[in-house]
Design a binder for this molecule. Structure first.
Ligand code: COA
Ligand code: MG
Length: 290
């Protein structure tokens, strides 16, 4: 299990922002070659990316490449598949076939560069109606697919609507991503950006909703979103103390041949004990990151 509570986007050709992003306490940074880079700057961005990748960093680095349907894909991958990069985010992933083509290309570049074959992760960005229809086959396209991102901004445009405060229009897509990820045996997905970066209250509310839906984290676009998101996606002190009590009580009872019992007037059985263990594992991962 790996944990990305927050992944911060930054344009790959903006040295100032990228340099800052790489030194923040954020689980992952996504250097963007796609929509954060103007069409006229696409080729220059690959040169800038090389410089950015030589900067000091604290967390994992991912690179978002342009869609497999664009003329940029090969050049982007040649720039992005390098030592020290954790994974490639494939913008506007539409089908399993496309994901496997990109997987194949990454594999060839890894061999050419003496990198461990299969070492880089591939993260499909799910951001269209087509992608939602194909999401389970995309999730299970190849072993390199470790998790998926949800891109709500492009998705609402594609289905002919816009974001609303209660996000009803993206509920189906979000839930489908969670279920498809689980069924394919990959990590829980990471949710869409919250564009209104000054609205921290709204961001936290939205993050709580997706945490409850089963997402493991959320994409960020501005440093001010990182702290609040990290906080929402980590277990609270109360959850940790509850989990410790549950595991202790359950293990003692189970050793005596008992599978159901109560803690604070609530029934505890195997799935609840498993959930408590999961909370403790997440807490351990987060402690390890500090
Ligand atoms: N990563 C790192 N640093 C960032 C940042 C980011 N994503 N966004 C802003 N900052 C920095 C700025 O450089 C600035 O620092 P400085 O004053 O030392 O230069 C500070 O945070 C405050 O920035 P602010 O003035 O509030 O915002 P801005 O106008 O500079 O930038 C955006 C606003 C939206 C353009 C910017 O946040 C951004 O580029 N976000 C990422 C966009 C992206 O990658 N989109 C693709 C995926 S949807
Ligand atoms: Mg997009």
């Amino acid at each position: 299990m790996s944990l990305y509570r927050t992944m911060l986007f930054t344009p790959a050709d903006d040295l100032r922002k990228a340099g800052k992003a790489l030194m923040l306490d954020v689980d992952g940074v996504v250097l963007d070659l796609e929509d954060a880079v103007a069409l006229s700057k696409k080729l220059n961005a690959r040169t800038a990316l090389k410089e950015v990748l030589s900067l000091p960093r604290k967390g994992d680095v991912f690179i978002r490449v342009n869609s497999a349907q664009t003329e940029f894909i090969l050049g982007d991958l040649l720039a992005a598949v390098t030592q020290g990069v954790k994974g490639i985010v494939l913008a506007k992933s539409e089908s399993a076939e496309e994901v496997r083509q990109v997987d194949w290309l990454i594999g060839k570049i890894e061999i050419e560069r003496g990198l461990r074959p299969g070492g880089l992760e591939l993260i499909p960005f799910i951001e269209s109606a087509n992608a939602i229809i194909n999401v389970y086959s995309i999730a299970s396209a190849c072993p390199r697919v470790s998790r998926m991102f949800f891109g709500g901004v492009d998705y609402v445009l594609d289905i002919g609507t816009s974001f609303s405060r209660n996000s009803e229009e993206i509920f189906y897509a979000r839930s489908k991503l969670v279920v498809a990820s689980r069924a394919a045996g990959i990590e829980a997905p990471i949710d869409t950006v919250y564009p209104d970066f000054k609205d921290i209250g709204g961001l936290k509310e939205d993050a709580k909703v997706v945490r409850q839906l089963g997402f493991q984290g959320k994409l960020a676009i501005h440093p001010c979103q990182v702290g609040p998101l990290n906080e929402v996606f980590m277990p609270t002190a109360d959850e940790i103390s509850w989990a410790k009590r549950v595991v202790t009580v359950f293990d003692e009872a189970e050793a005596k041949g008992q599978a159901v019992m109560q803690v604070d007037g609530k029934m505890i059985e195997y799935p609840i004990a498993d959930r408590a263990r999961r909370i403790l594992s997440l807490a351990d991962i987060i402690t390890g990151k500090k």
